[in-house]
Design a protein around this ligand. Structure first.
Ligand code: MTE
Ligand code: MOS
Length: 711
């Protein structure tokens, strides 16, 4: 077989197996004597628990709750903080909070046990929205407000002074809603025992996160919890921390029952009782002088829900992306993660950046309207450039190629002709947006916290990749094999990469923040280079640790310095028509260009662009998740609508290469970038078609009607 080259177009490693239905997911694991589990969940958004009365348990059935946590254990999951209770104890803070776990053989019996359990509550007034949290009574213990986490950062001259001296001040409020991940495979896990170890087969992004999060619940060393990631049918951030919420209670159950136990959410459970994208409210106040945007003050609120989980990191990314791709001379940005009694919000593709990027893009378009210039031209006049200062007083290190990228898609879409021709309120519109995404973990995360390791093991002419990073549909297993194969000059078939098992592989950090190809891929490239040099030495392993490049200072206390080592960049154009009677939108064209350093695999990158862009258009147009009194209203795929191939036309895509010094073969992270901007291009087009400025997503037909009727 011929050696694989990085530029070969190959078939994804996992394609055939998945297409044939042969891939083994968590729910496909069966063990002798295996029992099932079903969660007893809170039906109240905020209440004290007065009593829990279960029906009498049939033989072989168990009820596991906080009282089963052994001495030396702790009733909390260790995500970033340890606030999220493993089992609700004393009170509940959101609808769906785990109170207990029924375990036994028949799922029908488990269901009747849950239905016939009586939980007596003393209800308290819940906070649901960001506005509730801003004005409501404090719900966090020992705090006088509902700010769960906050930060600010500042750049340039005094913003208030600029606002005073401005020719024009524009203040606007933007809002985005919840978004559900709708990974095709729902959350699920099976726990069993091997010797003195607890072993999990689990659908997840971050096996080492699960281990760290739950070991403390029993008070045992990490090594006694073994996580084996099973083929993961989509995650999108929804399986970064949330699997811990299944694994914690399962671990306690296993320590009591000592039989294999399976917990798989059905679709309704997975929608109603899982984490979502943070709703946001972003208020910008901007100073315009001599036709330029000179200063912006931003107040950025994210709805964290009841527990912190990854919210602080999500909020940081939101704030750090709040200037978009623009060099606004002076900014003062404050971010607030608000505590409410909704299901905790969590990571979702883009990790906090999409909310502020949507807001800044719309704000820029609106300023352009006020100045009477084409939004594309106004935005282009403000592009940040290489060496430009970021909101955290860091610098853009790469050549910014947005001009070339825009030129490509503007030509393909005939942007300027259409922009002129389709008048304001003509029923037709073309919109444009620009965006970026900081690669890998924010600030000093990579060097101070994660310290990733990766290993290559040689056995004869076969090489095994040992990392804790996971495939979740983004194509990572193929990309990583391709990197190793190219360096080692081997056919890709000679490279193996089994799903990670925490007792075998080194910790290469979470599969999140689009860091895997960029950071872990680089480690594997380094391992492979050494292995190639030493190839004649027989069978051996090479392990490498992350090395942070020089010249990127960062202070985590003040949030100053280079928040990211580099960015991926994007430009999108969307063209549409609106049916004035029904407010139905027909998208006529989608054009994007993405600068991702280098495509490790063009087919996979194309798949990511297609998927990410459509997911973003769904976020803007139809994915509506409402929360009433703490309860999500859309709980099935028939009322939470996601796009299908029928909803949008074929996309034009352009990949801009611009090799990145610290990535494998010049690649940067791209899995989230492709989500970050099509929403704003869509809404830009929509408001031109409607002749009405818009401030909020999602915008299904009924919300368009509401927006049209608003003053
Ligand atoms: N693509 C598919 N098909 N399925 C997914 O779950 N997750 C996204 C993105 N693309 C996801 C996906 C998210 S949230 C991230 S962080 C990146 O992939 C991870 O990319 P990486 O492998 O470069 O880290
Ligand atoms: Mo992606 S939201 O960082 O898992």
């Amino acid at each position: 077989m011929a050696a694989t080259h990085i530029d070969d177009k190959i078939r994804r490693i996992d394609a055939l197996e998945k297409a044939r239905g042969e891939t083994k997911y968590a729910s496909d694991y069966f063990f002798d004597g295996m029992l099932y589990a079903l969660m007893l969940r809170s039906t109240e958004a905020r209440a004290d628990i007065l009593s829990i009365t279960t029906p009498s348990l049939p033989e072989g059935y168990y009820f596991i709750s906080a009282k089963d946590i052994p001495e030396g254990g702790k009733n909390s999951l260790h995500m970033i903080a340890t606030d999220w209770q493993c089992f609700a104890d004393g009170d509940v803070k959101y609808v769906g909070e785990t109170i207990g776990l029924f375990v036994g053989q028949s799922r029908a019996v488990l269901k009747s046990l849950v239905d016939n359990t009586k939980v007596e509550y003393r209800k308290k007034k819940p906070l649901i929205t960001i506005d509730d949290a801003i004005s409501g009574e404090p719900i966090l213990e020992g705090k006088s407000d509902n700010v769960m986490c906050s930060l600010y950062c500042e750049k340039g001259e005094n913003v208030d002074k600029a606002l005073k001296e401005a020719d024009m001040v524009i203040e606007e409020v933007f809002e985005t809603g919840f978004q559900e991940h709708v990974h095709l495979e729902t959350n699920g896990a099976v726990v069993t025992e091997e010797g003195e170890n607890y072993v999990f087969y689990i659908s997840c992004q971050c096996p080492f996160y699960v281990r760290k999060s739950i070991a403390g619940v029993l008070g045992i060393p990490y090594e006694r919890v073994v996580i084996r990631q099973t083929a993961t049918g989509g995650a999108f951030g929804g399986k970064e921390h949330f699997p811990d919420v299944l694994a914690g209670p399962l671990l306690v159950a296993e320590s009591k029952i000592h039989k294999p136990i399976k917990l798989i959410f059905d679709r309704e459970e997975d929608m109603e009782f899982s984490v979502k994208r943070h709703p946001s409210k972003v208020i910008y106040k901007s100073a315009i002088k001599d036709g330029k945007l000179v200063a912006t003050k931003g107040d950025i609120y994210y709805n964290n829900g009841a527990y912190l989980s990854a919210s602080y990191v999500v909020l940081q990314r939101g704030v750090f992306h709040a200037n978009g791709v623009y060099d606004i001379p002076s900014t003062y940005l404050r971010g607030y993660g608000m505590a409410t009694n909704t299901f905790p919000s969590d990571a979702f593709r883009g990790f906090g950046a999409p909310q502020t990027l949507f807001a800044i893009e719309m704000h820029m378009s609106h300023i352009a309207h006020a100045l009477g210039v084409d939004p594309a031209d106004f935005k282009r006049s403000m592009f940040i450039k290489k060496g430009g200062e970021t909101v955290t007083n860091g610098h853009v290190v790469e050549e910014v190629m947005l001009e070339q990228m825009f030129e490509n898609i503007a030509k393909e879409s005939d942007y300027y002709r259409k922009s002129k021709e389709y008048g304001w309120g003509s029923g037709k519109g073309i919109g444009v947006s620009f965006y970026n995404h900081g690669g890998a973990f924010t600030g000093n995360g990579e060097q101070a916290i994660i310290k990733a390791h990766a290993r290559l093991k040689k056995t004869g002419d076969k090489v095994t990749i040992e990392v804790g990073s996971t495939e979740m549909g983004q194509g990572f297993q193929t990309a990583l094999r391709k990197i190793a194969a190219t360096v080692l000059e081997l056919p890709i078939e000679n490279i193996d990469y089994p799903n990670p098992d925490t007792s075998v592989v080194p910790d290469s950090g979470p599969t999140a923040a689009s860091r895997s190809t960029m950071v872990v891929g680089k480690l594997i490239e380094r391992c492979a280079i050494e292995m190639k040099e030493r190839w004649g030495e027989g069978d051996f392993s090479v392990e490498k640790e992350y090395e942070h490049p020089e010249g990127f200072p960062w202070d985590q206390d003040t949030f100053r310095g280079d928040a990211y080592l580099g960015y991926g960049w994007g430009a999108a154009i969307v063209e549409l028509e609106i049916d004035r009677r029904t407010n139905e939108v027909l998208v006529k064209g989608i054009w994007t260009s993405h600068e991702i350093g280098k495509a490790i695999d063009e087919l996979i990158v194309h798949g990511q662009i297609n998927g990410g862009v459509i997911q973003s258009l769904g976020y803007a147009s139809m994915e509506k998740m409402e929360n009433r009194g703490g309860r999500f209203k859309q709980t099935s795929m028939s009322d939470y609508i996601i796009p299908t191939s029928m909803d949008f036309p074929k996309q034009y895509y352009h990949i801009q290469e611009n090799p990145y010094a610290f990535g494998p073969f010049g690649a940067k992270g791209m899995g989230e970038l492709v989500f970050n901007g099509a929403d704003a291009a869509y809404v830009d087009a929509l408001e031109r078609a409607l002749g009405k400025e818009l401030y909020k997503i999602p915008l299904p037909p009924e919300d368009i009607e509401e927006a049209l009727n608003a003053r």
